[in-house]
Design a protein around this ligand. Structure first.
Ligand SMILES: Cc1cc2nc3c(=O)[nH]c(=O)nc-3n(C[C@H](O)[C@H](O)[C@H](O)COP(=O)(O)OP(=O)(O)OC[C@H]3O[C@@H](n4cnc5c(N)ncnc54)[C@H](O)[C@@H]3O)c2cc1C
Length: 291
């Protein structure tokens, strides 16, 4: 099936109006942002919303700004703007790493960070990036705003903590000293979803890793928050042996399924290699060295 079923369409004039419309129409209504995940799913009849609420006119949701110890990214910020942001390149280069290998310019010109996170595809690169950075997301609903950490955002395959009539409005990243980050992905061909990908963040002070984030894409039913690997890195002095062992642990924590992209043991091997490479690069960036 290559054509969507019948659906009604509305253009939201404000965040509040979009939320009110979601509340009024119930589970048959869906927000559409870039449409690069939802529309293909509608064409395949994997999704058949009765009403599409288009939020593309909500310019107030499209921004990347630094304020009071945080970088705030509006939900409607497009992939291309994440790729080109000088602020993100300076503070969180993991975004540019990932955006260079997400899809193609056509998708990157329209797809949004809010749509990427809310799609909750276990192979979504930005979910790994935001999980590794320990981002918070802001969800706005009829009762006001709440803040959810990425560690609690993905509750199952294609399922998130977003409740009925809620909209993801913002992603928040804490600016902390000694940060370095990197994303490593292997894909079958340019622009494809990952065979496996590893997003890494380290925070280094006085030569010691004070905190670490490791998140894996495409190797489990959800984005994998590799907590044992992070624990292994915390409090340690960076070294090749440490990265090797953290990669080995991350591979253990992954839950890959065999498919057309490769068998389980191959994907697990990739997790180890990609995590080690990402740790090497993130650490070099944290120490202001060339990767
Ligand atoms: C050919 C192709 C290749 C791709 N390759 C990659 C890749 O390599 N790596 C990768 O990570 N991704 C890839 N993608 C996915 C791409 O990144 C999509 O843009 C992204 O997944 C969804 O963003 P969107 O804005 O288009 O969301 P939409 O399709 O508009 O929405 C997706 C879901 O999120 C919901 N939603 C959207 N915005 C909000 C919001 N603010 N609040 C609450 N719910 C919301 C929608 O209701 C829907 O359920 C690819 C897509 C295509 C078509």
């Amino acid at each position: 099936m290559q054509t969507p079923g019948p659906t009604s369409y509305q253009r939201a004039r404000s965040v509040e109006a979009a939320i009110a419309s979601l509340a009024e129409h119930g589970p048959g209504a869906r927000v559409v942002a870039g449409g690069h995940s939802l529309i293909p799913m509608m064409k395949l009849r994997l999704a058949s919303p009765e009403l599409l609420i288009d939020i593309n006119d909500l310019d107030e949701l499209a921004y990347i700004r630094r304020e009071a110890g945080l970088v705030r990214i509006g939900a409607l910020t497009r992939h291309v703007d994440l790729l080109r942001s000088e602020l993100l390149a300076e503070l969180f280069p993991v975004f540019a790493d990932a955006e260079q290998v997400i899809a193609d310019p056509v998708v990157r010109n329209r797809g949004t960070i809010g749509g990427s996170l809310c799609q909750a595809d276990p192979a979504e690169d930005l979910s790994g990036v935001c999980a590794a950075l320990k981002a918070d997301v802001v969800l706005q609903g009829p009762g006001g705003e709440r803040v959810v950490n990425m560690s609690e955002f993905h509750v199952g395959p294609y399922m998130t903590a977003v409740q009925a009539a809620e909209i993801l409005t913002e992603v928040r990243l804490a600016v902390r000293p000694g940060a370095g980050s990197a994303h490593e992905k292997l894909e079958r061909r340019a622009g494809d979803f990952a065979i496996a990908a590893s997003s890494v963040a380290v925070w280094i002070e006085g030569g010691t890793i004070t905190d670490a984030g490791v998140a894996l894409a495409a190797v489990g039913p959800v984005t994998i928050d590799a907590r044992r690997a992070q624990e292994h890195l915390r409090g340690q002095v960076p070294s090749e042996a440490l990265f090797e062992e953290a990669g080995r642990i991350a591979a253990e924590e992954s839950m890959p399924m065999p498919d057309t992209r490769g068998p389980e043991d191959y994907k697990r091997h990739l997790v180890g290699v990609l995590t080690k490479r990402a740790l090497r690069k993130a650490t070099a960036r944290a120490l202001h060295q060339e990767a």
